[in-house]
Design a protein. Structure first.
Length: 211
């Protein structure tokens, strides 16, 4: 698997581009800076086959309209509990993040245990509510890779004081991630990559003594 991480926007949300076949790339959490993202796709001769969202917050969705315009028919996958709020006009943070229009190709199918497969890539969906009610992680089991969105960060975890956040649910979600193989590489929604092994040792929110 090939992958590139682009920290995009004022908050630096990690957009992850994944591909085996350059004609079938995944774009996960295209939050902002559409020109930078489109330039990367052109430079690497990548054609996206889908957009997948770990959750619906403004800083993870802002480049969707530009991608949808450039690549008509591109499906946008999201958890069903986040679909109603992601493209609501109130899901904005002016002046840096305006509201994002709802794509016509939105598919609210990212439920726990579902396998999202396209273009030679396959990820199991792990529902991880807490940061938002419909947040998910993408577990590429064969590649020992987890895209954790804003559920798990290197040394930290997502906040729960936004609408839909819930601390008890987040604790349950973190316990699920703690049970993944320690060698699993983690690309979070913000900040540097890590591993489950490293977080079990150094993350107070994932350390069993803190649960």
């Amino acid at each position: 698997m090939n992958k590139k991480i682009l920290p995009l926007g004022a908050i630096g949300a990690n957009c992850v581009v994944l591909w085996n076949d350059p004609a079938a790339a995944w774009i996960v959490d295209p939050g902002a800076e559409r020109e930078l993202l489109l330039d990367l796709l052109a430079e690497d001769s990548l054609t996206p086959v889908l957009i997948a969202l770990t959750h619906g917050h403004f800083d993870h969705i802002g480049a969707i309209p530009a991608l949808s315009k450039k690549f008509p028919g591109l499906p946008v996958h999201i958890g069903p509990d986040d679909a109603p709020i992601a493209f609501d006009p109130r899901n904005a943070w002016e002046p840096d993040y305006s509201a994002t229009s709802r794509p016509a190709t939105l598919v609210a199918d990212l439920v726990d245990g579902f396998t999202l497969a396209a273009g030679g890539l396959s990820a199991k969906i792990i529902a991880t509510p807490g940061h938002t009610s419909g947040g998910v992680c993408f577990h590429f089991e064969a590649d020992q890779l987890l895209l954790s969105g804003d559920t798990l960060f290197a040394g930290s975890c997502g906040r729960t004081d936004f609408p839909g956040g819930d601390a008890a649910s987040l604790r349950t979600s973190l316990r699920r991630l703690a049970a993944l193989p320690p060698a699993t590489a983690v690309i979070p929604g913000h900040g540097e990559p890590t591993t489950i092994a490293a977080e079990l040792v150094g993350n107070p929110f994932l350390n069993s003594h803190e649960f």
